[in-house]
Design a protein around this ligand. Sequence first.
Ligand SMILES: [Zn+2]
Length: 312
Amino acid sequence: MAQIIDVHSHLWAEDWLPERFWDAFVEIAVRENEKKGKEVDPDRIRESYLPTYWDPTGEKLLERMDEAGIDHQVVFGVDFGLALGEPETPIQEVNRTLAEFSADHPDRISTLATIDPRRPDAADHIDTALGAWGMDGLKLHPTAGFYHHDKETYRVLEVVRDHDVPVLTDSGPIFAPLYSKYSHPRNLDEVLSDFRDLDIIAAHMSFEWWRELHAVAKSKVNSRLHIDISGWQERCKEDPEEFATAVRHLMDAVGGDRMHFGTDDPAFDPVHPKEEWIENVQVLAERETEPTFSVREIEQLLGENTARLFDL
Ligand SMILES: [Zn+2]
């Protein structure tokens, strides 16, 4: 059977992310329930439900990989400290913990280093993470309040280029108090022109902005833009036609060899299990009405492309 690789996943721990991030998580859960006419107690979500996601050692992640039949997973942290207030554990320490996690499980886990490029030590830290610690690429989350084309970001990207590893960047709208404008796909324009030798993965197919991402992808055919489909677990159930249409258009634009499977878990897994998500992608190859996909295209998407990009 073809291998399944998740190019986009996280480990969450209480003290790795700012308190305001967890506040937002609870607010969203409460509001989403309210919209369905259900009342939930925010304190219960914070005290009982949220901790079920925390997994600083990666133990739960490895267990879920085995259960869901995922061969390899690319894991990373998020640096929202400058945007939302510093968490207890500095991002540099989170990166180091992830590097050790990957070193303990080299055939199951790869890791991307992440940092807000506005931190004074950003470029040096990424150099250490990609060099001495052997991490496998860079993750950027511009919604913290920076652009890909800011000079601080470029300094970090130059380091990544020296190490010849991929970059994965968040793309598409995001919840408050983070800022969606920085992760609008149109903001990939400059970096794709200025770093044409970098493999840049736009995450989430830019969610609802996938048509804008498509415009960028179609025009930057001579850059190395890749796309991951993580985070569409719910959307794909609500509107399978929209999902299939987005994947088809974007695959036609960047090429079948540059589309990647991802989950963005642990965020979705409890409500939209990985097994179901994988199946919803596999059935794309069985579609009889347009848009259709070949078995080969879906195999590439589910693992082959990520294996090649990360030399697995
Ligand atoms: Zn993510």
